[in-house]
Ligand binder design. Structure first.
Ligand SMILES: *Cc1c(COP(=O)(O)O)cnc(C)c1O
Length: 340
């Protein structure tokens, strides 16, 4: 403070600072705002010396895997993939890797890594343990308090909350790392726009309310989907059937608003379901007031997922409106795939 604002890329704007104060406060650290979630991720990777080892979760955001692989291709670092739920391998990675990159919850299988245990494992000196906790939001999980060095948010999703901006944030405990990230932002020019930070601050004011409502909706829908005749499998950490339900209960304050489920009839039935929905939007983004759905295996790089897996981001609409929409579309695809 007190430094003259001679140039905004170098000295920031009041709007960035307001957003950093809100999210840094929620995360319990020093926050640095970026132009997008990916710009925030890139700034963390920018801290790595050449020849570093990155331990990266296997189920996670495509862009992060793409960035890590691109850097590996240029000889900057090497990447090892680890299953989100393989706690033992993460503990081992903490003592050998220079960057440990976890995602909580994972996308789109919604696995909850055991951050309590992984963050407590001894780390290689200088290593950075980072958690992309976009799906948890700072209200359901505070990775820094659990012992992580870095917590990343794509502001584009829940904090913005209205599908109308791109933004990202990195929160850290160490002032030195915070300063290094600011320097990366200044040099790379990954600076947030004024309108975007204005909208993000406005969105952040209703984050708790939106999350409470959307999460209650998601729990209801997950329970109903799990009982529906046209649904083969429902993944939601709030369901006792989810493989990481017990971990989720321990490390999260809420189970989030994302559900992934597989429908009977494969890819064709899943595509028909998306086309048959009227209220729920067929779109790739998530974390907003409106519900969105996408068949993930149709996205390049996600072909390993079950062909009929649908990722549903539950919004704040009236629960019975959401269920009526899902039920009519499921029943219509069921009628279409049933022989005769
Ligand atoms: C969307 C997303 C990102 C990337 O954020 P952008 O704002 O789109 O650049 C990173 N991680 C997760 C988990 C995301 O959902």
């Amino acid at each position: 403070m007190g430094e003259p604002r001679t140039y905004s890329r170098s000295h920031g704007l009041p709007g960035w600072e307001a957003l950093e104060e809100i999210v840094g406060g929620l995360e319990g650290g020093i926050a640095v705002a970026f132009a997008s979630g990916m710009a925030a991720v890139a700034a963390v990777l920018d801290q790595l010396p050449t020849g570093s080892i990155i331990a990266l979760a296997d189920d996670g955001y495509q862009g992060v895997a793409g960035l890590a692989e691109a850097g590996q291709g240029r000889g900057r670092w090497s990447v090892r993939r680890i299953a989100a739920t393989d706690t033992q391998r993460w503990i081992e990675a903490c003592s050998t890797a220079d960057l440990i990159w976890l995602e909580s919850l994972s996308n789109p299988l919604l696995a909850v890594p055991d951050l309590e245990v992984i963050c407590a494992a001894p780390r290689k000196p200088g290593a950075i343990l980072a958690v992309d906790s976009t799906f948890a939001t700072p209200l359901n999980q505070r990775p820094l308090a659990l012992g992580a060095d870095v917590a990343v948010q794509s502001v584009t999703k829940f904090i913005g909350g209205h599908s109308d901006l791109l933004g990202g944030l990195v929160s850290v405990r160490a002032a030195e790392l915070g300063a290094a990230l600011r320097r990366s932002r200044e040099l790379s020019g990954a600076t947030p726009g004024t309108l975007e930070t204005f909208l993000a601050v406005r969105g952040a004011r209703t984050l708790a309310l939106r999350l409470e409502r959307a999460q209650a909706n998601a729990m209801q829908l997950a329970e109903r989907l799990a009982r529906h005749a046209q649904v083969l499998q429902t993944r939601y950490p709030g369901l006792a059937s989810h493989p990481t339900h017990a971990v989720a209960r321990r490390v999260l304050a809420g189970f989030g608003t994302i559900i992934s489920f597989d429908v009977r009839g494969g890819a064709a039935a899943a595509d028909a379901l998306c086309a048959g929905l009227r209220l729920i939007q067929h779109a790739t983004s998530l974390g907003a007031v409106e519900s969105t759905i996408e068949r993930r295996a149709r996205v390049p790089g996600q072909e390993h997922l079950p062909a009929s897996l649908l990722r549903l981001s539950v919004g704040i609409e009236a629960i019975e409106d959401l269920w009526a929409d899902l039920d009519q579309a499921l029943c219509a695809t069921g009628a279409a795939v049933r022989p005769g």
